[in-house]
Design a protein around this ligand. Structure first.
Ligand SMILES: [Ca+2]
Length: 498
């Protein structure tokens, strides 16, 4: 263990190149990063859903900036959490189910490690979600206050060992994280240190387990289905995307037979997070630090609640890849103006954003960019294009997507007796529900060529920069659209993570 720690400390010192400093509370902003699990962007009122009750999320969005085009560059729990903390695409953060764990030298450049080194009081609670080689999920020693849990974490607070003291008052984990957040704020103010609090809620991940204290919120309610709901709206989608568990889950999870019942439970889980967010903001006011605390609220991935006849996440469709994002910086000129940003943003942007907030240099290895310019000018942009990756689940569903503000292009590499490799091209600007695949439409030929070239640029970056371990290099060939399917062979990885 000591050896790992030593390597880590050296790596951190090399990256930051800054002496350890401990400025007083108030001279640098506090940072709160809140992340739901599997939260669809449509589950928040300010994203256009008048059937849900999310007063604290709505208020946070109105106080800050609401991001309308935010994506998780990999849309599954483990890899997305690695993206968030390292600011890197999956082929560099290199931690995902069935691929393997994060290397300590990668973790050493994560935002929590860098902020603590720079004098921030750091705290984490909830589903950590990925393992660091040599530590597993037990990364408590890297934080000043630890409420993290291994694996998927538990809805029953008492079963989350590091959170047991909250179990009596908050037997369901969601509100226990609100209480944890309150304690961290109090402790940091007491110690007169700036803090960086990161909470990863278990909600609204399956199994659907809402806090019973909110049973009345959606009792007996019915919900409107999106215009792209159901199997008929998915006939044009690739056969490859139907080879994973997302397709059968449309019926297995009862979206076809009990939509209202399923959504009531789902929204009730989100309601719990909303209450926890309210608890945290109330404590910021009570401790007098609300004016100097930046709050980021998002989800590790979206959630397909029956769109196109699918369920769950992972796939590149909007309901899966997109997620809510609200950022409130009370010091920003945009604060309180109810502004929205149409800029293309990604989960790789959080680490650079948090580092810039803390006044720290952003390691050149990070793929993301700081989103702070968007707080000053929400109409501006921070990038032209971004990659979306899936290399989890059956190999047929593995794919690489290139996104721009207007277009989405996905290349499905897998071919065989039952299907050929396939391209999907959606004009998101006018077809946000992805109802028309324009890849074979002669009128969209110019856009197709442009998006193919953009895709090739993303793949070239992958080929150049993918790590040599955890089986990321073979995708340089698999995702190459110029190589025939017959010349490609996916190789099962040896290393498995939970
Ligand atoms: Ca998730």
């Amino acid at each position: 263990m000591m050896k790992f720690l030593l390597i880590l400390c050296c790596a951190v010192a090399a990256v930051t190149g800054v002496a350890e400093a401990k400025p007083l509370q108030g001279s640098r902003p506090n940072i709160i990063y809140l992340m739901a699990d599997d939260q669809n962007f449509g589950s928040i009122g300010i994203y256009g859903n008048s059937e849900v009750i999310t007063p604290n999320m709505d208020k946070l969005g109105h106080d800050g900036v609401i991001f309308d085009r935010h994506y998780n560059t990999t849309s599954v729990c483990m890899a997305s959490r690695a993206n968030v903390m390292t600011g890197m695409y999956e082929y560099k953060a290199a931690a995902n189910f069935s691929h393997g764990d994060m290397k300590p030298e990668v973790w050493a450049k994560s935002y929590p490690v860098l902020l603590r080194k720079a004098g921030y009081l750091t705290a984490f609670a909830g589903k950590f979600g990925f393992k660091v080689d040599g530590y597993g999920y037990e990364c408590g020693e890297f934080f000043d206050i630890w409420g993290g849990a291994p694996g998927q974490s538990q809805y029953v607070t008492a079963r989350n060992k590091s959170m047991a003291k909250y179990a009596k008052e908050y037997p369901h984990s969601t509100l226990s994280y609100g209480a944890f957040g309150q304690d961290v704020i109090k402790s940091a103010v007491e110690q007169d240190k700036p803090f960086c609090l990161s909470i990863s809620f278990k909600a609204a991940h399956k199994p659907a387990t809402p806090d019973p204290r909110f049973d009345d919120v959606y009792a007996g309610k019915t919900f409107t289905k999106s215009a792209n709901f159901g199997r008929e709206a998915g006939e044009h989608m690739s056969p490859q995307s139907k080879m994973g568990r997302q397709y059968p889950r449309f019926t297995e999870w009862n979206y076809d037979t009990d939509y209202d019942g399923v959504m009531a439970k789902y929204y009730q889980q989100v309601y719990g997070i909303d209450v926890a967010l309210g608890m945290i903001r109330k404590e910021l006011e009570a401790q007098g630090v609300a004016d100097n605390t930046v709050i980021i609220y998002t989800s590790d991935n979206g959630f397909i609640c029956g769109a196109h006849g699918y369920a769950s996440k992972v796939l590149p469709m909007e309901e899966s890849a997109r997620a809510p994002l609200l950022i409130f910086d009370p010091r920003s000129p945009s604060a309180g103006k109810k502004l929205r940003s149409p800029a293309l943003t990604g989960n790789i942007d959080f680490a650079p954003t948090i580092l810039e907030l803390a006044g720290l240099p952003v390691p050149s290895t990070m793929d993301g960019v700081s989103l702070l310019p968007l707080l000053n000018d929400p109409a501006s942009d921070v990038r032209e294009q971004m990659a979306f990756i899936n290399v989890f689940g059956p190999p047929a569903t593995h794919s690489l997507t290139c996104l721009t503000k207007e277009w989405k292009y996905t290349y499905w590499w897998y071919g065989g007796a039952k299907m050929d490799p396939m391209e999907e091209l959606y004009y998101l600007k006018k077809d946000a529900l992805e109802m028309t695949n324009l890849a074979a439409n002669p009128e969209a030929r110019a856009a197709l060529e442009t998006m193919r070239a953009n895709y090739d640029t993303e793949l070239a970056r992958w080929k150049e920069q993918a790590v040599s371990y955890n089986d990321y290099q073979q995708y340089g060939t698999l995702f190459d659209r110029t190589i025939p399917a017959g010349e490609k062979k996916w190789v099962r990885v040896k290393k498995q993570s939970e």
